[in-house]
Design a protein around this ligand. Structure first.
Ligand code: 4AD
Ligand code: MG
Length: 471
């Protein structure tokens, strides 16, 4: 038990259950605070199982009936919060340690209506009480893994000498050219200033022009790569696409590395290395959580991930992928035609059935990809790559960027992009232009893949999807 001095007052600091298992200070006096997972009352003593969220492990407390308030605290229901002082002792059971209580205090009681009293509540139901999800075994495990994957991300890129750049969230650019933007405006929504033709005068808006939430930080990351070499962003991105699927969010987090002097092959390798790094990190740092997913979420998860972490990713071109799909003999809902984007069912076939593992697909038709991608000499395809993984589909999207001013400028004209907004981006090609490449990894999709959880709403603390913005 630690004592800390706050403004002259002696205060006992609580021990994290995680630390108790790590350090096992047997015989010492400890103070723990947490929520009741179960309470079993016997004649002369009770067993309380407590969890404080610091790890997957609960701790068992033995409380004798001579303790103060015994009748009161043993009536507490699951989910009530307790403070326990006692001695950490070795236990007979398989938990290895337990606490012999010398004092038990009720911090917060739970009435009968507590929705998490019963075991086996569905994930759909839990989504409606997302604020209580962190109290469950499954969700606290998911979010501890999410935390570790964020740490792994910074470690991975730092070790490779990438600089972490914070790109803006507010923007005037539709950087992916897909038109899936959320408008940001301070104009009076009911009565905005309009010109004689009835068009809104955006010049009168806060930024003096139309503005939005970013769909990517890529273009700004390119500016930094073309000066600092290797950089990455890690931030929230927003898309108003009307996709009510298990893989799409309106607000999601993306990691976007951007590397000067790198071509598509280098960036594809970086992407697969990064995914493997995250897998190894999760398996090493979160063994208890991974075991839970392996038993209750996806059987065989650990074995599958181990395999992916240690084998090379298959790489094929889009044209080869189309060929495989057309010759597969499968009856797909959407026909496979050269020139149209791969649908989920097509991606699934490639990863889950044909290759049974992650696949890197390169050189997509230019018409289905963004304006900034490097054009191939065939005049039909661009140097794009997607990394697809089993169960999730596209986890990474990236490309080599068009570094030639004329070609980029012409493509932007073809697509009708407003030159004044993107002129700074063309400057990167006017002054000391270099080949450069990068990708974006959807963080939630990575969490889904590594935990086996198959709905994206269950791997982000509070999901934003069409018609849903509670909490
Ligand atoms: O393929 P996307 O649209 O690529 C870009 O945004 C590029 N600017 C990245 C780059 O080259 N720097 O998105 C990248 C990844 C996808 O592969 C997917 O994993 C994820 O972001 N993603 C989403 N995740 C959740 N919900 C959505 N609505 C998503 N849209 C894309
Ligand atoms: Mg994409």
């Amino acid at each position: 038990m630690y004592y800390v001095n706050i403004k002259g007052m002696s205060k006992v600091k609580r021990n994290l259950i995680r630390k108790l298992y790590d350090e096992k200070p047997l015989g010492e006096k400890v103070l723990i605070k947490g929520w009741i997972k179960s309470l079993r009352k016997n004649k002369s003593f009770s067993f309380i199982i407590l969890n404080d969220g610091s790890s997957q492990k609960d701790i068992q407390i033995i409380a004798n009936d001579d303790l103060n308030g015994y009748d009161e605290f043993t009536k507490c229901l699951i989910g009530s919060a307790l403070s326990i002082e006692g001695e950490l002792v070795e236990s007979q059971g398989n938990q290895a340690i337990e606490v012999k209580a010398s004092r038990v205090e009720i911090i917060g009681k739970t009435p009968q209506e507590y929705p998490l009293q019963k075991k086996g509540t569905s994930r759909e139901f839990l989504r409606e009480i997302a604020h209580l999800r962190p109290r469950t075994n499954l969700f606290s495990a998911v979010f501890r893994v999410r935390h570790e994957l964020a740490q792994a991300t910074h470690q991975f890129f730092s070790e490779k000498n990438f600089y972490y750049i914070h790109t803006p969230i507010l923007t005037a650019m539709d950087a992916e050219g897909a038109g899936e933007l959320f408008r940001v405006s301070t104009l009076d929504a009911e009565n905005p200033p309009k010109d004689k033709k009835g068009k809104v005068i955006w010049e009168k808006d806060y930024f003096g022009r139309e503005s939005f939430l970013c769909v990517t930080g890529q273009l700004e990351a390119e500016a930094f790569a073309c000066g600092m070499g290797s950089v990455y962003t890690f931030g929230p991105t927003f898309r108003s696409e009307n996709s009510n699927t298990t893989r799409h969010l309106s607000e999601f987090w993306m990691i976007e590395p951007e590397v000067a002097f790198a071509d598509l092959d280098e960036i594809a390798e970086l992407g697969s290395e990064y995914i493997q790094y995250m897998i190894k990190h999760a398996l090493e740092k979160c063994p208890d959580e991974m075991k839970l997913f392996n038993s209750f979420v996806e059987k065989g998860l650990i074995e599958r991930l181990e395999k992916v972490a240690h084998s090379e990713f298959t790489k094929i071109t889009y044209t080869e992928a189309v060929d495989i799909l057309q010759k597969s003999g499968q009856s797909f809902e959407y026909a496979v035609e050269w020139g149209s984007d791969l649908q989920t069912e097509h991606e699934r076939f490639l990863t889950d059935q044909h290759f049974n593992g992650p696949v890197i697909v390169t050189d997509y038709p230019r018409e289905i990809k963004a304006f900034y991608m490097k054009q191939n000499d065939d005049g039909k395809t661009v140097r794009a790559m997607d990394i697809l993984v089993p169960g999730v589909g596209e986890i990474i999207g990236g490309s080599q960027r068009e570094e030639e001013l004329d070609k980029l400028s012409q493509r932007m004209d073809e697509l009708g992009l407003e030159k004044d907004i993107y002129d700074w981006y063309l400057d990167l090609r006017r002054f000391g232009t270099v080949p450069h490449s990068g990708f974006g990894l959807g963080f939630e999709r990575a969490v889904m893949y590594i935990t086996g959880v198959n709905n994206i709403r269950d791997v982000i603390p509070f999901a934003r999807t069409p018609k849903s913005i509670s909490f």
